[in-house]
Design a protein around this ligand. Structure first.
Ligand code: HEC
Ligand code: HEC
Ligand code: HEC
Ligand code: HEC
Ligand code: HEC
Ligand code: HEC
Ligand code: HEC
Ligand code: HEC
Ligand code: HEC
Ligand code: HEC
Ligand code: HEC
Length: 397
């Protein structure tokens, strides 16, 4: 027994690595040496963030006395544990559908001997440069075609034309997000992973890192509360704004530009799956389109009320909630933001009235009157034509 322990102890002792000194490596890899070995630029290491490290700190599996051609093992994780852990769980390590050689490693993104601190403007991983790093692969059509999970390059290009991309890349606004701010710097977990910052229930918090007030308001809204309660059909930020293609709400191409809002809300509020399940009324869009506002909106009149002018934007609540803009106590103010000197009761009538619904009163009866009137007119016309035809036939005879 004692023998076994002492043998194990000897083996353990022998296997504790004794780090080779740099001079051991530079004998062959140093500039001006005769060896065929690749020459290492020591200046590059000396001006990097790792200037105090030994060669063997990173190249920890190399024995200078043995042939080590082809050795590509780097011990980054021995000092950068948390980054390594995240990386090992990421799709960049566990490529779901592509080969490992198409995936980035620590040195693809950071470099080898020339690693600079992230806040150095020349670092590839700097906030202003990271996008370039990601799109070098993610806008590569050949690579994308090899993968079954990567989105089309156009979806990534959209980021560059988004309000965020333009702010960061064109205007140099460092407060605008790069890929990292939404995807994390090493984990990049896909949207179907519950821990991912882009999983549907996590998105509001991800955007909320910068749009804090909006996130706080959204969380109290009917949509935010429903999603928090597990109603996955309820919208988060990206359902209304898009993700890579987010535009300013003053931009006509934005999904939330005044005249595009009805279409954005209708993605769900006309969907049978949503209205049926939550006992909502399916006619909200139809009735809006029939209204003065809807018609004006259709013609590009952005001053006319759209869904959000009456219901709120991030503060949408049920009508019986005192905070709701269409609550009986608030609605006069809501209409009043655009209509001055309102006559009494102007605001209290139903808004989403349909001419097909008897409960709509006037609108319904006018529609019914027209239907009967026009039917009679057409009937009269047909009788007239028939009589006239008969008379002509008689005359020919
Ligand atoms: C911070 C960790 C680190 C340190 C310290 C380091 N290396 Fe490297 N070394 C790397 C990485 C990473 C690569 C791969 C480079 C790449 O792919 O861009 C590399 C590549 C190499 C190569 C292959 C040829 C090349 O340039 O690509 C040699 C030779 C080498 N290192 C020798 C050395 C020597 C000698 C020292 C000490 C003077 C040293 N390294 C210090 C991380 C390190
Ligand atoms: C006796 C000479 C000699 C010594 C000492 C030596 N190397 Fe090498 N090394 C070579 C030769 C030869 C090659 C193969 C040619 C090449 O790729 O540079 C090589 C290759 C390498 C590679 C590249 C592996 C690859 O193919 O990409 C690394 C990294 C490396 N050495 C690191 C080290 C480190 C670190 C030390 C010190 C711990 C060291 N070497 C000591 C001669 C030596
Ligand atoms: C896909 C590219 C990519 C890969 C692969 C990658 N990194 Fe990073 N890394 C980054 C970016 C981008 C940042 C800057 C993050 C930021 O701005 O907050 C960063 C930041 C860092 C930092 C600075 C501290 C921090 O976490 O912000 C360290 C240390 C680091 N990485 C180490 C590693 C190590 C070790 C590996 C390999 C296990 C690795 N990285 C793999 C892109 C990458
Ligand atoms: C022996 C420990 C050790 C090893 C091995 C090591 N590093 Fe580092 N690294 C450090 C230390 C210490 C710092 C901080 C230096 C400073 O702040 O001046 C650092 C800094 C960094 C930074 C900059 C962090 C920042 O805040 O901007 C990056 C990126 C980085 N290392 C990546 C790597 C990569 C990639 C590898 C592998 C090729 C590696 N490191 C290997 C110890 C190590
Ligand atoms: C060297 C090329 C390369 C670089 C650089 C790179 N990626 Fe990737 N990325 C890939 C490949 C390949 C996959 C995995 C595809 C697969 O599994 O089929 C991937 C996967 C992903 C995924 C997960 C996709 C999914 O649905 O599983 C995200 C998110 C991602 N990358 C974001 C980024 C970001 C952000 C950056 C910049 C910091 C970046 N990548 C840098 C090649 C790269
Ligand atoms: C404002 C936040 C934001 C920014 C900035 C951003 N993304 Fe995304 N990205 C998302 C969201 C949210 C999704 C999920 C879309 C979905 O659910 O289908 C996504 C999806 C992806 C995917 C597919 C992964 C998956 O699981 O669906 C990749 C790859 C990707 N983004 C890469 C990038 C790259 C590369 C950049 C930078 C050029 C970038 N993203 C910038 C928010 C962002
Ligand atoms: C139900 C749809 C919807 C959801 C969900 C939504 N938004 Fe909005 N958002 C809009 C509309 C519509 C506008 C335009 C408002 C206007 O024209 O004044 C807007 C405007 C904005 C603006 C610009 C105006 C401002 O007040 O600064 C930002 C930033 C914004 N939203 C961020 C977010 C974030 C972050 C989330 C998630 C926490 C989110 N939105 C959730 C519909 C939505
Ligand atoms: C890293 C911080 C950051 C993150 C994360 C972020 N944004 Fe932004 N966002 C900004 C900044 C800064 C601007 C202002 C850009 C400009 O116009 O100069 C902006 C602008 C916007 C605008 C346009 C504002 C307007 O006037 O209409 C919308 C909409 C928006 N963001 C939505 C989102 C959504 C949705 C998310 C999450 C998917 C998100 N943002 C994540 C920082 C961020
Ligand atoms: C991604 C789908 C989706 C989008 C987009 C969407 N909604 Fe909703 N909305 C829902 C769901 C689901 C509910 C029901 C939540 C519940 O009752 O738990 C709801 C509830 C509502 C309610 C409360 C209904 C009631 O019972 O009183 C209003 C008002 C509303 N939404 C208005 C809007 C407006 C305005 C927009 C556009 C700015 C919009 N929604 C965009 C899915 C959506
Ligand atoms: C001029 C103001 C106004 C506009 C514009 C407007 N609404 Fe309404 N909405 C109301 C009022 C008032 C109510 C409550 C009484 C009623 O049903 O007419 C209501 C009720 C609702 C309800 C809750 C009732 C239910 O059970 O489904 C939803 C959902 C809704 N509207 C969605 C929309 C959508 C989507 C749009 C845009 C296509 C829109 N609204 C445009 C004022 C408006
Ligand atoms: C965002 C501004 C805005 C809000 C809020 C708004 N409206 Fe309007 N409304 C308009 C504009 C602009 C027109 C003129 C449209 C046109 O060109 O026909 C209009 C037209 C009307 C008309 C047609 C008759 C007229 O006076 O021109 C009625 C009725 C009306 N609105 C009722 C309401 C009611 C009721 C509310 C509150 C529930 C409301 N509006 C909220 C902007 C608004």
């Amino acid at each position: 027994m004692v023998k076994i322990i002492s043998i194990t102890a000897t083996v353990l002792l022998l296997s504790i690595p004794v780090l080779a000194a740099d001079k051991d490596c530079l004998k062959c890899h140093g500039q001006g040496t005769d060896s065929k070995a690749t020459k290492v630029d020591e200046n590059s290491i000396a001006s990097s963030v790792h200037k105090n490290l030994l060669c063997a700190d990173c190249h920890d599996t190399i024995n200078p006395k043995k042939n080590h051609r082809g050795n590509k093992v780097f011990a980054c994780g021995s000092c950068h544990d948390s980054e390594q852990k995240a990386y090992l769980e990421s799709p960049h390590m566990k490529g779901r559908t592509v080969n490992i050689d198409q995936l980035p490693t620590c040195n693809t993104c950071h470099g080898g001997h020339d690693i600079l601190p992230v806040d150095n403007q020349y670092a590839k991983t700097n906030h202003l440069n990271a996008v370039q790093l990601c799109i070098s692969c993610h806008e590569d059509e050949t690579l994308q075609k090899k993968s079954d999970v990567l989105p089309e390059p156009q979806m990534i290009v959209a980021y560059e034309n988004s309000v965020h991309g333009k702010a960061l890349l064109v205007e140099g606004n460092e407060k605008a997000p790069s890929c990292i701010d939404c995807h994390g710097s090493h984990s990049f977990l896909p949207s179907d992973n519950p821990d991912s910052p882009i999983q549907k229930t996590k998105i509001a918090a991800t955007c909320g890192n910068c749009h804090l007030e909006i996130m706080e308001t959204y969380k109290t809204s009917i949509h935010g509360v429903a999603l928090a309660n597990g109603v996955m059909e309820s919208p988060t930020c990206t359902d209304c704004h898009g993700e890579h293609n987010i535009k300013s709400h003053f931009d006509e191409e934005s999904t939330v530009y005044a005249t595009n809002v009805p279409k954005t809300c209708s993605e769900c509020h006309t969907s049978e799956k949503v209205v049926g399940r939550f006992g909502l009324k399916a006619d909200r869009i139809k009735t809006f389109k029939e209204s003065f506002h809807g018609i004006a909106n259709e013609f590009g009149e952005k001053r006319a009320a759209n869904c959000a002018s009456c219901h709120g934007v991030h503060n949408i609540y049920k009508q019986d909630n005192p905070k709701s803009l269409i609550n009986k106590a608030n609605i006069e103010n809501t209409c009043g933001t655009c209509h001055e000197d309102l006559p009494a009761d102007f605001a209290q009538g139903e808004v989403h009235t349909s001419a097909d619904d008897p409960e709509s009163g006037g609108k319904f009866f006018v529609r019914q009157f027209y239907i009967i009137f026009i039917s009679l007119l057409i009937l009269g016309f047909i009788i007239y034509r028939v009589l006239e035809y008969k008379r002509r036939v008689k005359r020919v005879e």
